[in-house]
Design a protein around this ligand. Structure first.
Ligand code: FEO
Length: 400
């Protein structure tokens, strides 16, 4: 059964959701699923804006056909080549062989890579560059290059008659669509925001500078609707979500808050982390506590994007850092987290080293500092360490 919805005059949502996939990119758990958004514009000419992941390919093709209502497809616009959006390019060309590909110069070699055997279609592609436009009738697309948001060939397409920005991965989020496709129809701040932040930090977070560049370009466009490739479509409160993207891409803390992230083998480092969290909360500070062995690394990364101060607590393990904490720090470096304050809790029954090693890794993060008030646990925290805990808690609160 086709399942299309109108999102603006002459523009239809033709995407679909996958609730069976366990991990996005085979890395990031998605218990709420994910949507692969795609759109058809019907005018004198017809255009399909990106395709979809192969997992929803059947539904997607049925939707495209329903939106076209018997008409042919004139253009297939490829804003992003990653297979979660481009997997169905060949299938679309097979079904609508008259469709002309529209892409930029960086997309062409990727099309040849992923779709060998489609040389004629690729050779006749309409290759566009920044500012070029394509008239479909009363709808006109113009193209905004968005390299590294999140691949080098990414571009966005702006449809001027309806003010619709097809924003590629930007403004996307994990989470399947539950019938409603607009952000104003769902409880976005309470049900979606955590997944949107986790998606941003882990998928696009490394490319904050490039996101800032695109936000500046987008500020000059009369945008009324943001149509991303994942998650709900925005037609109200655009400024609120753009504001989140502005904060996230500048890597500014979203909240004046503390996140405590601990690893613990037998509960003793957890006990110290919880005792410290209680003392921080007693300072009137908003605190969250997470066990790094229980949350996915992608959730810990998202917490580091959200909070201003990060308390990292970990035992010493094989002379190094307990793995989940060490891996988190490596990932934060790869993603380019910057401008945060860290407090450390280390544990070691005979040779506590994790504090020194964690500080060294944090030293590789740009503009990140480690508070002097480190807490050192020898096996388990003792009552004699009250003052040590209090000093750390006060320093954390003062750092906000
Ligand atoms: Fe949703 Fe970069 O693909």
């Amino acid at each position: 059964m086709q399942n299309i919805q109108s999102i603006a005059d002459g523009i239809f949502y033709v995407g679909a959701s996958d609730r069976r996939l366990a991990k996005f990119e085979n890395l990031f758990p998605i218990p709420r699923g994910v949507s692969y958004n795609s759109y058809v514009i019907v005018d004198d000419k017809t255009a399909l804006m990106d395709t979809a992941d192969a997992s929803v390919g059947g539904q997607f093709l049925e939707n495209v056909a329903a939106a076209l209502a018997g008409r042919g497809l004139d253009y297939l616009v490829i804003d992003h080549m990653e297979p979660d959006h481009a997997a169905m390019v060949e299938a679309v060309l097979l079904r609508w062989p008259g469709a002309r590909l529209v892409c930029n110069a960086k997309t062409v070699p990727m099309l040849r890579m992923y779709f060998p055997g489609n040389d004629a279609a690729i050779a006749s592609a309409l290759v566009v560059k920044e500012g070029d436009s394509l008239s479909l009738g009363r709808h006109t697309l113009s193209f905004v290059m968005a390299p590294m948001v999140h691949w080098p060939e990414v571009m966005m397409s702006f449809e001027s008659a309806t003010g619709t920005l097809f924003s590629a991965d930007a403004f996307g989020t994990f989470g399947a669509l539950d019938g409603a496709i607009f952000a104003d129809e769902v409880a976005f701040p309470t049900r979606w925001l955590d997944d949107a932040r986790r998606y941003y930090a882990n998928i696009v977070g490394k490319y904050g500078v490039q996101v800032q560049g695109v936000l500046k370009k987008a500020a000059g466009l009369p945008i009324r609707t943001i149509a991303p490739l994942h998650g709900p479509i925005w037609r109200q409160d655009l400024e609120w979500f753009i504001g989140k993207y502005d904060l996230w891409s500048r890597c500014e803390p979203e909240e004046k808050a503390v996140t405590v992230l601990y690893g613990s083998m037998y509960g003793n480092t957890a006990s110290a982390a919880n005792a410290l969290a209680a003392r921080i909360a007693a300072q009137g500070v908003k605190v969250a506590v997470h066990d790094l062995s229980c949350v996915d690394n992608s959730e810990a990364v998202a917490e580091c994007w959200r909070a201003a101060v990060i308390v990292l607590a970990a035992p010493t393990y094989n002379g190094g850092i307990y793995l989940p904490a060490g891996e988190l720090l490596d990932d934060l470096k790869a993603l380019g987290l910057h401008d945060r304050v860290f407090a450390l809790v280390e544990n070691g029954s005979w040779a506590p080293m994790s504090g020194k090693l964690m500080a060294a890794k944090i030293g590789e993060l740009k503009n990140c500092t480690v508070l002097d008030q480190k807490v050192t646990v020898r096996g388990r925290l003792t009552a004699a360490q009250d003052a040590e805990l209090d000093a750390c808690a006060l320093a954390v609160a003062a750092a906000l």
